[in-house]
Unconditional design. Structure first.
Length: 135
């Protein structure tokens, strides 16, 4: 027979960021010589408890910009995050100075449902953009 399921709009996921020293929030200082960031897209706790097979999230790419002093941001590139959400920037930041900033904008944030389908998660730019000060 046929079964009907209510279609629900899942709550927005939370994006957590980890550097070598542990979890960091936007505005935090990160060491330019150990500039590795890991992005973890986490489901709402209640949603994950009720629908664990529908509560898997991932971010596909991160576009990174470097801003030196008051100058315009320069794009360092877009990096694949399929490797556990990790991006290592030590090579790209070798000429950066303490006090320079990086801006990381996540792209292709998706929820993987129970069928393995990737459903795009509509996130405003400010909830998928993070800034860090280099030390």
């Amino acid at each position: 027979g046929q079964r009907e399921f209510a279609v629900i709009d899942p709550p927005r996921p939370q994006i957590r960021v980890f550097a070598p020293q542990g979890e960091v929030s936007s505005g935090a200082s990160i060491n330019r010589r150990r500039a590795a960031l890991r992005f973890k897209v986490e489901a709402d706790r209640e949603f994950k408890t009720r629908y664990p097979e529908d509560a898997r999230y991932e971010a596909g790419e991160a576009t990174v910009f470097l801003r030196r002093g008051e100058t315009a941001s320069e794009e360092l590139g877009t990096f694949d995050l399929s490797e556990e959400g990790r991006v290592v920037l030590t090579q790209q930041l070798r000429d950066a100075e303490p006090g320079d900033q990086i801006i990381v904008r996540l792209k292709n944030v998706v929820r993987v449902n129970h069928r393995g389908q990737r459903v795009e998660v509509p996130l405003r730019e400010n909830s998928r953009t993070f800034g860090f000060v280099l030390s």
